[in-house]
Design a protein. Structure first.
Lengths: 406, 137
């Protein structure tokens, strides 16, 4: 996946320095062949959640999001020549959209790790000229279709010996990591509360979020166990919704409706074993991904204004902060205390409410939030002077992008 | 672990699992072992994940390991576990290296990571027994 960036660094690269107010002097490479996110759209997750019903059509949810994303970009479906889907099948999706002859078309499975991968694919298609305008669409009817992410319908090809012991669901495998992390780094019970509280703090300020109530440390501790050491508020929501993004070249982006958000860097690294449980809490592959993404962008962790972290379960936020150099190894649980992750504090993180507060759109809506923060559109939770944002996903496919507003 | 809960979820006896299950019925925990490079791994795979050799056979291992971590499952995910109450799932690192999910029999009140454990077996049916682990005294 680094190929697209490498090819760009060989192309005519106009480097521009940006002197930050704090004088750190971060350098951003400005390259007109790079890709930019020019349109975002998503359903109102809270409204959908409030109206339970028979299984919704995920293609309808995805199409609604795409309509909004096209409008956001000032483009029409006729401008789209690349279609990348996730959780929905490309054949049905293209049919629904009347997109009969896209130059490039593809689908990724509906797993959280794939949102970052899909964005990387779109960026590389743009960079090498195989597509001019790529629509990324995602539709999820997980709640109305009563999807459980556990039990009989969970992935049969891996971990098939585990089920006879009653072991199932990504949360339980993350719980294994969290207990081990607690052992290694002396993190007490309750150390995840600041992460859960932060997500709800932001969700309460996001009109599209599912969970609009803030929670306290006491409420966190009193919530029921799901897979001890993880409680209810450590878990992502299961909800219905759609998300879409439009990606084109940074050059074309300049003439479109909204301020372009350039994908300044992107990298990934697999961490594939039989188990979701990673014995180093994804640290190695995160570190490797981080080294590449920061080098490409010419930025350091402390240069990033807004962090959007894939948080299927709260421990993953801590693993990610450490793996990507935002906190020292073994210390993130202390580092996040006292509201540090709030949008108006030191390290704004998961400003939409994340997967435990806003929605479980498997990383997709975190990308949308990054774009809105960079454009200054996140009213009520806007990070001040937000110029750089980073998406990070610690999972069996670790990925990260750095997005910038020039 | 009650056999009634585990049995409906146990992997079938087939070409890939036969050697594993055969071991469990005679009190052996077995891992697939590469005839070319000697690597051992779990769960079963068609080729060696180190050298891709298809020369693979099940070999008995020590049955000793340590408790890497554990969870206590409160969610009712499987019908056969519906009446179990909260139950423990353990992530065991075998002395030979591979990791496996299992459970602990008669766990002590105070558990901690890295406790040494040793395999035992719970009979499931005439062809299969489930490896479980006991914390070593």
């Amino acid at each position: 996946m680094a190929d697209w960036v490498q090819s760009q660094s060989r192309s005519e690269n106009v480097a521009a320095s940006r002197q930050r107010e704090d004088g750190t002097g971060a350098t951003l490479s400005k390259d007109t062949t790079q890709a930019a996110i020019v349109g975002v759209g998503q359903t109102n997750f809270g409204e959908l959640y409030a109206r339970p019903q028979a299984p919704r059509d995920p293609y309808g949810l995805a199409a609604a999001a795409l309509r909004e994303a096209l409008d956001d970009a000032g483009l029409t479906i006729a401008d789209v020549d690349g279609l990348i889907c996730s959780r929905v099948d490309y054949g049905r999706m293209a049919t629904v959209l009347g997109l009969q002859h896209p130059r490039v078309v593809n689908s990724y499975e509906g797993s959280g790790r794939m949102s970052g991968v899909a964005v990387q694919t779109a960026a590389s298609l743009i960079a090498d000229g195989r597509a001019g305008v790529v629509a990324l669409v995602y539709g999820n009817n997980g709640r109305s279709a009563e999807y459980k992410y556990a039990g009989q319908d969970s992935a049969p090809e891996v971990a098939k010996h585990d089920r006879m012991y009653g072991m199932t669901s990504p949360g339980a495998y993350v719980g294994m990591m969290w207990r081990r992390y607690q052992h290694q780094y002396d993190a007490p019970d309750g150390a995840l509360a600041p992460v859960a509280i932060n997500n709800r703090y932001h969700a309460a300020r996001n009109p599209g979020a599912v969970m609009r109530d803030e929670i306290t440390a006491e409420e966190y501790m009193q919530a029921r166990w799901v897979a001890d050491p993880l409680r209810l508020y450590d878990y992502c929501i299961i909800n219905d919704g759609g998300v879409a993004m439009i990606i084109t070249s940074a050059e074309r982006a300049r003439s479109l409706r909204k301020p372009p958000v350039r994908i300044a860097a992107s990298a990934s690294s697999g961490n594939l074993t039989n188990y979701y449980t990673s014995t180093d809490f994804f640290y190695g592959p995160c570190r490797e991904t981080a080294d590449r993404v920061y080098a490409q962008a010419g930025l350091r962790p402390e240069d990033i204004d807004c962090l959007e972290i894939y948080d299927n379960f709260t421990p993953v936020v801590l693993f990610t902060l450490e793996g990507f150099g935002h906190a020292d190894r073994g210390t993130a649980w202390e580092w996040v205390k006292d509201g540090k992750l709030a949008f108006d504090r030191e390290r704004p993180t998961n400003t939409c409410g994340g997967h435990t507060g806003e929605s479980y759109m498997q990383g997709w809506s975190l990308h949308v939030e990054a774009v809105r923060q960079l454009r200054g559109e996140a009213e009520g939770r806007q990070v001040k002077d937000c110029r750089t944002a980073q998406y990070m996903c610690a999972s069996p496919i670790v990925s990260s992008h750095i997005l910038v507003r020039d | 672990m009650r056999k009634e809960a585990a049995l409906p979820l146990a992997p079938a006896v087939n070409d890939q699992t036969y050697g594993y299950w055969e071991g469990t019925k005679i009190g052996e925990l077995r891992l697939q072992t590469c005839g070319q490079c000697g690597s051992q791994w779990f769960p079963e795979a068609p080729v060696c994940p180190k050298c891709l050799s298809p020369d693979v056979e099940w070999k008995a291992v020590s049955g000793h390991g340590r408790l890497w971590s554990w969870i206590v499952m409160h969610q009712k995910a499987f019908p056969s576990y519906r009446d179990e109450g909260p139950y423990l799932c353990a992530f065991i690192q075998l002395d030979e290296g591979p990791l496996m999910i299992s459970t602990l029999v008669d766990p002590p009140a105070e558990l901690q990571c890295d406790l040494p454990v040793r395999v035992e077996f719970v009979d499931l049916d005439e062809d299969r027994a489930a490896p479980v682990f006991r914390v070593e005294p």
